[in-house]
Design a protein around this ligand. Structure first.
Ligand code: 4AZ
Length: 479
């Protein structure tokens, strides 16, 4: 399997210039500009020389420090000084334009190399980028309690939204702006935000206009009588009949335990796993779609733990591979599938929750992996969905020399059992790595790669879903 590889890292070398193309740093013409010889030659007894580049008469040139000569040359020095000032100002102007506007050093640009905006133009309610990018990610949910935060252009910080005057219509509008559809909306409620409101709240202005972007109707405020808004944009992360606790070293799952698990199939053959995140969207791994990237080849089957019973599934409208997916190092191994028809949710078909900001899945957390992948390296695949419990390791542990030797980047997390025996394997790719907090399951990773399966000191590697959260919502917004 092509994931069983020892990848060598790819080093980009952007700064090097070949010696032949680089000016010699110590060449004398740089450091010591050649000045005209001004020492009067008669002082040292040499024959007098006449400066043929000068418009002054030879007689004057012999006695440059005499008063009459100074007055006559004055206008030239003035012109020279003026030119120097103009050139210096032009160079400073050019440098300022380059760094402040072209490189957008003190602001943020609309996409790479796009129009440069000041920080205060982001999320101020006015679309300054042609594609509206500056107003597209101004709301987010925080932590497992789903506190709604709005980005304040004035304070340049994320602040909780005050529940004063809030209603379901505002809730639906925000969820839609995040990337869900209005039909997915569940409810809002109120919570005391604790230290998250130490900078104050974002509060609805009175007499707001429904035609305007919601962020233009919110203003920073220290007062809030009704505490912060929490928002459920979709009913997610609920399982019925939890893990009874093969994947390698796992057990068979029961229907309803992992209702977000799907089988991605070509010609009714299971190829990869995936996770339901909304009625229209499936999250999987980009490496599943490198060879077969036409949406019409694929179908998404869900609702049964037995592949023999799972049915034909739903057609795929669009496959979105991460544009920075790197097949050599497996960086950014994430993809989204948009379905032609929405899934109908039931106890066996339900979305998992996407992680929010402020939810690092810390080292030592217990997580679960599920899939129809091989039960041992290069071995047979099961008919029944398998499940297993694994530990999430710190990036430092993952990257230790005897473990994965520096190959786990910030777009990945690693999890498994360092003693070996439990792991994802061929065919589990794209499927979920989930963590339960309270009663709710969160999608921490998508199965990506590993060295063999279930080997000692070789945990599995997963796409770091928390890292991709802005990318995911951006794709879901572009419907
Ligand atoms: C695969 O090929 C694969 N042990 C997935 C996970 C792992 C190895 C291979 C991790 O789909």
């Amino acid at each position: 399997m092509y994931n069983n590889k020892v990848n060598s890292p790819v080093y980009e070398n952007r700064g090097f210039q070949h010696e032949a193309e680089r000016p010699a740093p110590y060449s004398s013409q740089y450091i010591y500009p050649s000045f005209p010889q001004t020492t009067p030659s008669h002082n040292v007894g040499y024959p007098q020389t006449i400066n043929t580049h000068s418009t002054t008469t030879p007689g004057e040139a012999h006695y440059p420090r005499q008063k009459t000569g100074t007055r006559k040359c004055h206008w030239k020095y003035g012109l020279c000084a003026c030119l120097c000032v103009v050139v210096t100002l032009a160079v400073i102007g050019l440098l300022l334009w380059y760094f402040l506007y072209y490189q957008c050093l003190l602001g943020m640009s609309c996409g790479p190399g796009g129009k440069c905006l000041s920080h205060s133009q982001w999320c101020n309610g006015v679309r300054d980028c042609s594609n509206g990018e500056d107003e597209s990610q101004c709301f987010r949910l925080h932590g497992t309690s789903l506190i709604l935060e709005s980005y304040s252009a004035n304070k340049q910080a994320w602040m909780p939204v005050c529940a004063d005057n809030w209603d379901d219509n505002y809730g639906k509008t925000v969820c839609q702006q995040i990337g869900y559809s209005r039909q997915d909306y569940v409810a809002y409620s109120q919570i005391s935000p604790g230290s998250m409101a130490s900078n104050g709240y974002m509060k609805l202005k009175s007499g707001s206009d429904p035609g305007l972007l919601l962020q233009s109707q919110l203003t920073p405020s220290l007062q809030c009588s009704a505490s912060a808004v929490t928002l459920q944009c979709i009913g997610c992360g609920r399982s019925s009949g939890g893990p009874s606790s093969r994947i390698v070293g796992g057990t068979e799952a029961v229907n309803g335990a992992w209702p977000w698990q799907v089988s991605l199939q070509i010609s009714s053959k299971h190829i990869c796993g995936g996770s339901i995140i909304s009625p229209y969207w499936i999250l999987s791994a980009a490496h599943c779609f490198q060879k077969y990237n036409s949406p019409s080849l694929w179908r998404v089957s869900s609702g049964d733990v037995r592949l023999s019973q799972i049915g034909l599934g739903t057609a795929v409208e669009r496959i979105i591979n991460h544009e920075k997916y790197d097949s050599d190092g497996s960086d950014n191994d994430i993809a989204l599938l948009k379905l032609r028809e929405p899934l109908t949710f039931s106890t066996r078909v339900r979305p998992v929750c996407l992680p929010n900001a402020g939810m690092p899945f810390s080292a030592g957390s217990q997580a679960w992996i599920t899939g129809w992948g091989a039960l041992r390296s290069s071995g047979p695949s099961p008919d029944i969905l398998n499940q297993a419990q694994v530990t999430i390791y710190s990036r430092e542990t993952c990257n230790a020399d005897q473990v994965l030797h520096g190959q786990v980047t910030k777009t990945m997390i690693c999890a498994g059992k360092l003693q070996g025996g439990v792991d994802t394997c061929q065919g589990d790719s794209g499927g979920p790595l989930v963590v339960k907090v309270g009663d709710v399951w969160w999608l921490a990773g998508d199965t990506s790669w590993g060295i063999g399966c279930a080997l000692k000191n070789k945990p599995g590697v997963y796409g770091n879903v928390t890292y991709f959260i802005d990318w995911i919502y951006k794709q879901m917004q572009n419907d």
